[in-house]
Design a protein around this ligand. Structure first.
Ligand SMILES: [Zn+2]
Length: 386
């Protein structure tokens, strides 16, 4: 068996830390069921990120829509900053206390993956960034990881099932295994070209046996105009100066008339590699860098009990509004009862937290992944990465 939960286990509240189960038992025994508001916030972001993206919301809605609660939230793909509540649940505490573990898990991981993807995409600019990291994570999570990589800004995903979920064709090149089977890169590439339909771009992997420069020339001569790109997955032990390897291969292809051949790079690419490689790379395959993104440490905290502000040490009590100026982008956190304020620039602040659920009724439609992605790319444009 796979060591994973069934969806029903999550909906039934079985994926809960036992102390919530015990809390529920005690509250029931003492007939204590207070009406509370609980907010989800991150006080810090991993790796000193200045901002992050909220993701995992569609799954959180799937979990909460059978609960008798009201939820306000940022929409999926919204940029948020430390200390801003991204979601608030209002209801009788017994009705949702056992779901804290699962809800946090849904938001923390998805938001980390989406944010990391957004950062890679920002660094890569117009160059495509493809999610290649499903293989580093439990396969049951692959579609979740790749969906969030995509909404964060990745141009494509590699896993077939992920492609179905996001409504995009999966992308890929060829594995070393194919080339090993043929014993020759050029032969493998010729077979690839013969067998696969014209909708599949001809991208040759060129680091299997020989020097990248000579393999580039071999496959370019084998396929000519039909060769769309070559992929450099050069092993770390052979990399030396990866930029110089790419630059040299570019030179050799160009002087032989193969300027149309694009360069894709993959294999342990980190954020700091991207600006270095951009002058010679036309696209990136990012694996572990995105799929193993740090999680966002959201916490769920009660901030209001029976209509009165009340919170633990270290948390600001009371229900809140998060405001954003549509003119200058200024942001503000104010008590929920405050009237909308006018920004210093003259424009009226807009609410970033909007009604999401009301006793099972969904107040906000779920956008298709491609639409969320488009909104993200616009939302993170111009934001500093450090
Ligand atoms: Zn303003």
């Amino acid at each position: 068996m796979f060591h994973t939960a069934e969806p029903k286990d999550i909906l039934d509240g079985k994926i809960t830390d036992v102390y919530f189960d015990r809390t529920l038992k005690i509250l029931k025994a003492k007939k204590m069921n207070k009406r509370v508001k609980a907010e989800f916030i991150a006080k810090n972001l991993p790796e000193n990120w200045p901002w992050a993206l909220l993701a995992g919301l569609e799954e959180a809605v799937y979990l909460m829509k059978h609960l008798p609660v009201k939820v306000r939230s940022m929409v999926e793909g919204t940029v948020f900053y430390p200390f801003e509540p991204v979601m608030e649940i209002e209801g009788l505490y017994q009705d949702f206390c056992v779901y804290e573990t699962a809800l946090l898990g849904l938001l923390c991981q998805a938001s980390g993956v989406a944010t990391k993807a957004a950062r890679f995409k920002r660094l890569a600019g117009e160059r495509p960034v493809i999610s290649f990291g499903a293989r580093r994570m439990h396969p049951i999570l692959a579609p979740m990881i790749e969906r969030n990589a995509f909404i964060g800004g990745c141009d494509g995903v590699s896993v077939v099932k992920s492609g179905e979920i996001i409504g995009e064709d999966p992308m890929g090149t060829m594995p070393h295994a194919l080339i090993i089977c043929f014993g020759s890169t050029a032969d493998a590439v010729r077979a690839y070209d013969e067998v696969l339909g014209p909708e599949v771009k001809r991208v040759a992997l060129i680091d299997t046996f020989l020097d990248e420069k000579f393999e580039c020339l071999n496959v370019a001569e084998a396929l000519g105009e039909r060769l769309y790109a070559v992929r450099f997955d050069t092993p770390a032990s052979r990399r030396g100066n990866f930029f110089r390897i790419l630059q040299e291969a570019r030179w050799e292809l160009d002087i032989r008339g193969f300027r149309h051949v694009k360069f894709y790079v993959s294999g342990g690419i980190r954020e700091h590699d991207v600006p270095v490689l951009n002058p010679v790379a036309d696209g990136y395959g990012i694996g572990t860098g995105i799929s193993n993104a740090p999680v966002i440490d959201f916490a769920m905290d009660i901030v209001e009990v029976e209509g009165k502000p009340f919170a633990k040490r270290g948390k600001w009590s009371g229900s809140k509004r998060v405001l954003r100026c549509p003119g200058c982008g200024a942001r503000n956190i104010v008590p929920h009862g405050d009237n909308a304020r006018v920004c210093a620039c003259g424009r009226t602040f807009e609410d970033v937290l909007v009604p999401l659920l009301d006793d099972g009724r969904q107040m906000l439609k779920t956008d298709p992944p491609a639409e969320i992605r488009k909104r993200v790319l616009e939302g993170v444009r111009g934001l500093a990465l450090e």
